[in-house]
Every structure is written in C-alpha cells, then in structure tokens.
Design a protein around this ligand. Structure first.
Ligand SMILES: [Fe+2]
Length: 699
C-alpha cells in the first residue's frame, strides 16, 4: 500500500467555495489511483479553505504527472461553481508535487491538471503528456474563438456562451440601468455571459459598481446630466469633480492655461509618447522665423534652434478629415492641429506656434503666444481636444487594451498551462477580456457613452483607431528605440522616459532569465510549434496579417523571443498604467481635455472671447458623461495585483522562483527611487511607480 497526502486549496474570493462533491484521481508514471471522493466530516471546499485528504493506493504510482478533479452533484444541493487554486500531493518518500489550477469548475465536469514543472512540447516524452497538452488546446480552441469587432481593429473574444448586448427595444419598458431615469450606464448583458474564468471576481465587480453609482446619482439629482447649456463660468466646472481632489488635479485646475504646463503634459501627462524632435519645419506648417523669434530668447533664431535640437513637433495628422457628428441636437466640430514647441534655456518646453489644420491657408492662421489671451487659449484647447482622441482612442484603447486582449486570447488558444510562456504571461492577462467587454458594452456600443460625448461619435473614434493600427510598427514597440526614433532620448525633465525605461529594464532582465532557463538555444525557440502558433495568431488576428507592421510571423532565436515577450508584458502592464492611471487627474478639469467642440476651429484672429470660449467647450451634459467614464475607468477597483506580485504559483522550479524574487527587489528599488525624486517635484510623477502598476489591464 502507498499513502498519498492530498491538499486542495479553494479560492479566497467571496463565493469561491462549492457544495458540490469533488473526487480525484492521481496519475503517475507507474499507474493511477482509484477515483476517490474527497470528503471530510463537515464542510469541504469552503471559500478560502485548504483541505487535506489521504488517498491509499495498492501500488506506488511513480512520478506524479496529472491529477483529475471531478465535480459532481451532492445530495439535493443545486449546482454551484468552485474556484480551485491548486492541488498538492505528498508522495510516500516525502516529495511534494504541485498542480496549479487557478480556475473555475462551473458545471458537473472534469478538470485535468498537469504537474507544475514548465515544459515545452519538446520536453514532453510521455505520450500521455503529449496527448494531454493537445487535448487541452483542442478544448480551448473549441471554446474561445476570434470575432471581428470593427473591420480594421484587432479581433476579440467570441466564446459560445457570450453574446453582445441586444439592441434595446424602445417600445418595451425595462429596467435599463441601476439609476432610474438615467440612461444605461452598465449593460450587464454584455458581460454576464463571459466565461467565469475571464470574469471579474466578486470583490472587483462590487468595487467597480460601487464607484460609479454615487457619482452618477449625484449628477442626476443636481440636474446636470440633463443640461444642454454651456458652462456659465469656468470655475463652475471644478464643482462637479467627485470626491477628494488630488494634488495633481488641483495643480491642473490652477495651471491648465499656462504654456509651461501645456508643454509639460507632452512629457509627463497621460499621453507622453507623441512628441517628436523637429529638424525641419514641414511645408504644411509654414512657421517663419519672424513669427516665433520673440519666443526663442535672445541671440538665436528658428534655424539655429532646429539645428540645436530644441524644436519639437506634435502632429495630429492621424485625425485629419474624420467627420464630426451631432450631440444633444447640436453640430460638433473637429480638427487635426499641428503644434510647435521650443525647449528653452529655462528648461521648459513651451508651445510657440499652433495651426488648427493640416492644410495651411488664409482661413487657417498660425496662432502664437503673442496673440490675444483667448485666441491663444482656444488654439491650445483645440490641441488638447486632439489629445483626447490620440490618448483615449489610440494610446489607451488601441495600443494597450485591444492589443493586449489579442495577446491574451492567442495565449489561451495556443499555449497549454504547462508551457513556460503560459506560466510567464498568464498573470499579465488577468481581467483584460472582462474590462474590454465592459468597454465594448458601455463605451463602444451604439447609443453608448462614447457616442453621446464625443465630437467624432462612435464611427469617427473607431476610424482614428483603425488608422493608428494600420501604422503600428513592431520596431516602435521596443521602448528604448522608440525614444531614439522620436529624438527625445535626452530631453530633460522627461520623468515618463526615466521611469518607463527603468521598469522596462527590470522586465527585460526578468524575461531574459526565465527564457534562457527554458530555452537553452535558438533551435529550441524555432522548434517550439506552440510558441510559433501563438506568434502567428497575434500577427493574423491582432495585426490583421499586415506585413508592413514588421510584426514577426515566427521567432527564430532566443533574443527575438526575449524582445517579443518583453513587449507583451510591458504593453499589458506599465504601458497601460502610464496612460490610464492619471486619466481623471488630468482630465476632470474638462477644459484641459475636451471630448467635443461646439464651434468650428477659429479661422481669424481677434474674435475669441470668454463667452465664445465657453460656447465652444462641451456642454454640461457632455462634460458629466465623459467625467463619469473617466472617474470609473481611472482607478483600479479592489482585488489588485501590483507588478511582480504573483500569488498564483505557476512556476515551481527554483530558478524562475528566484527570478521572480529578483524582479520584485528591482521593482521595489525603482519604486523607492521614484518616490524620493517626487518629493522634490511640484507635480509628482507616479504613474510608473511599480507599486502602483497592475500586472495586467483590468480597468
Ligand atoms: Fe484602461
């Protein structure tokens, strides 16, 4: 007789436990156990429980390779789901085998778990294990499918139990939101059919809804969401900001109109990856030395500053020609501006010229800091309006959320749980499909919040993203090279660059350690067909097979794999944090980030007043809607996992466990350095503090 001690851990989130009966079979290289019911006197598999059992076998089972869990009806109790963290088995000689699960068993079903040692297909020699990984992938590929979201954008998850929200029937009264009278805020239908394993935990769901409701109700009670009027005074806008106002918000509300803060936002705002060094003034933006010389300082000229590398350009050409829509019965307007900036002797980046169109002409004056106060402020506000689309649509939604979802879905479909890359990447996919599903239901559906708050409406917003995806280059996703390409590698005061490079370096070293442990040579990379399928699927479903993107269709060497995986992890974590976390602080003061404009771009100087300025900004209703969205999406609901914190134990070998610990130490040092630096800054830059970065995109 051989005695096996079995430990089963149930998840700790509310409602993770089950009343169903759980049985188990242990499979070893020398045979398998009988199916044994795991049953104690009293309650088994309660939320957070770690239950121990004993399994007696007639013979030694050899090295353990698989455990099979069976979930079946218990007595008269109705079926309820169970979240299994892991199974551990201690064999007679004292060795402990770990079987990670970290997934739900929903119905009466069987879950087959492999022992945790990371293995590529080449590492598996036993037919039963090769068959296991094939069967796992077959089942996942049967379950998770790709679906076209918008032609030209990355495809997304389409699973059998999921269906997009049905169109609401206006003739049928129904409860369509949780605040009576307020239009749909969250369409529950969109996400409740998601696979349990993709859904927010109970804790996170509760925190998400709790955050949104009071603010929406407050707006409703004060009559703000029904007001289509212009704001009467600028300072009134501040009153709608919910909750405690942060240091950064207060700073933005006070300094938003200043040129130095306008320039600062290109470096350390929420869209810090757009600015490029300008070495030649483009023909479409005919700025002359006479125009800008007064703003460059004594003893220099435009050409000299260009040659010194002190001139920078923000070009919003990607937004050109997208038609605007009507909001609240009023026509909205749009533009694709150009903004020239100068890095001066005082160490500030300042705007020196703005043109509100890509086509120069008599009706398209070049605005200068010497123009009237309201002309110059409105020109800068048009640039901030363009920033809204480049940030929310391109840098945030497309370049992090949608691309990360494609990384995630390809991972689920192409890599089995025992694969080292699955173990490495799965923490960085947590809840991404869930938050994107909410986004599609609330922000990107017909009649949704985007359609009701943006000059470009839904189709224009999507058009901006489609254009951006068609221009994405793989080489630009390698962060250190991107700063060089944009010519901003030595621009002082660029804290985003300093922090992102520090985090990138820590991630790249971590990835290098893990990859070189599992892939001893280039041939191991090239010969890993599961890995190659994952890469090919991303190329096909995310980049839509566009060869000019430079995205690889296969990886041949260890360095290529390290580069690729670092890009994936960085995109799913720090890159998102940089554009997501500060959303509310930088945008709640609406004039700093307007989502719509109600007058055409100014065509002549000297006509703008405070009144025309306020009449151009979004009306009260639009301001409230966009603030609701940003309020909800800017803060991570509970159930957070900071970068480098991996409570789910997928790796059991000593080397990767050590690498995880080293990563955490490096990230802690970066966090310390950032906090020390921020003590001396008027506006702290903390969006890339590793302690505040999430492992994955989950909001
Ligand atoms: Fe986000």
């Amino acid at each position: 007789m051989a005695t096996y001690k079995v430990r089963v851990a149930t998840g700790t989130d509310f409602l993770s436990g089950t009343m169903d009966s759980i049985s188990l079979i242990i499979v070893g290289t020398q045979g398998e156990s009988h199916k044994q019911l795991l049953n104690h006197f009293g309650r088994d598999f309660a939320t957070g429980a770690v239950d121990d059992y004993t399994v007696q076998c007639q013979q030694d089972l050899g090295d353990l390779i698989i455990v099979r869990l069976f979930k079946e009806r218990y007595s008269f109790f109705p079926k309820n789901p169970w979240y299994c963290n892991y199974v551990q088995v201690c064999v007679p000689n004292g060795r402990i085998y770990h079987f990670p699960a970290y997934q739900w068993m929903d119905g009466y079903e069987t879950l087959s778990l492999r022992e945790a040692t990371g293995k590529t297909a080449a590492d598996d020699t036993l037919p039963i294990l090769l068959e296991h990984r094939k069967e796992e992938l077959r089942a996942k590929q049967d379950f998770y499918h790709w679906r076209v979201f918008v032609p030209g954008l990355p495809n997304y998850v389409h699973i059998p139990s999921y269906r997009p929200p049905a169109r609401r029937n206006p003739n049928r009264p129904e409860w369509n939101g949780y605040i009576p009278g307020f239009p749909i805020l969250i369409n529950f239908k969109a996400t409740r059919f998601l696979d349990l394993n993709l859904r927010y935990s109970f804790t996170k769901t509760a925190a998400f809804f709790f955050r949104l409701s009071p603010m929406a109700l407050g707006f409703k009670l004060r009559g703000l969401v029904d007001s289509k009027r212009s704001w009467k005074k600028l300072k009134d806008i501040k009153k709608i900001f919910p909750g405690n106002k942060s240091v950064v918000f207060e700073y933005v509300a006070e300094h938003w109109a200043e040129d130095s803060f306008f320039g600062y936002q290109y470096l350390n705002g929420i869209n810090p990856g757009l600015l490029c060094r300008c070495t030649r003034i483009p023909d479409k933006f005919p700025v002359t030395d006479d125009m800008v010389a007064p703003f460059l300082g004594e003893g220099t000229c435009l050409q000299a500053e260009l040659e010194k590398g002190n001139i920078y350009l923000a070009d919003y050409r990607i937004l050109e020609g997208i038609p605007a829509v009507e909001l609240n019965g009023q026509k909205q307007y749009h533009c694709a501006p150009l903004c020239l900036l100068h890095f001066g002797r005082e160490g500030n980046l300042l705007p020196i010229a703005i043109q509100l169109s890509q086509t120069p002409g008599p009706n398209c004056p070049i605005f200068l800091p010497s123009d009237s106060e309201w002309d110059w402020l409105l020109a800068k506000t048009w640039v901030r309006y363009a920033e809204f689309y480049c940030h929310e649509g391109i840098s945030h939604l497309l370049e992090t959320h949608l691309i990360a979802e494609a990384f995630c879905l390809a991972l689920l479909r192409q890599l089995p749980m025992c694969h080292p890359l699955y173990k490495l990447l799965i923490p960085h996919t947590r809840y991404t499909i869930q938050i994107n599903s909410i986004g599609r239901a609330v922000l990107l559906n017909e009649g949704g919040l985007s359609a009701r708050s943006m000059s470009l409406g839904l189709s224009g917003f999507a058009e901006a993203m489609v254009r951006a995806l068609s221009e994405i280059k793989y080489e630009n996703l390698y962060l250190p090279d991107d700063f060089v390409r944009r010519g901003v590698q030595d621009l002082p005061g660029y804290y985003y660059r300093e922090d992102s490079l520090a985090v990138w370096d820590a991630l790249e070293r971590y990835v290098t350690e893990i990859i070189t442990y599992y892939y001893p040579c280039d041939a191991a990379v090239e010969g890993d067909l599961e890995l190659q399928s994952w890469v090919q699927e991303i190329f096909k479903e995310c980049l839509l097979g566009r060869e000019s993107s430079g995205f690889p269709t296969c990886l041949r060497t260890v360095p290529e794999l390290i580069r690729y995986v670092t890009i994936v992890i960085y995109t799913c974590s720090a890159k998102h944090a940089a554009v997501n976390t500060g959303q509310l602080e930088f945008t709640a003061w609406m004039p700093n980030f307007p989502s719509s404009m109600r007058n055409p771009p100014i065509q002549a100087k000297g006509l703008t007043t405070l009144e025309t300025f306020l009449d151009t900004l979004p009306d009260i209703k639009t301001t409230c809607i966009i603030l609701l969205v940003l309020w909800t999406l800017s803060r991570e609901p509970d159930d957070k996992r900071p970068l480098g914190h991996f409570p789910d134990i997928h790796f059991v070998e000593e080397a990767p466990r050590r690498s995880i610990e080293t990563l955490r130490q490096r990230l802690a040092q970066i966090s310390h350095n950032i906090r020390q630096r921020n003590k001396c800054l008027p506006i702290p830059y903390y969006y890339l503090d590793p302690m505040l970065i999430e492992n994955s995109i989950s909001i």
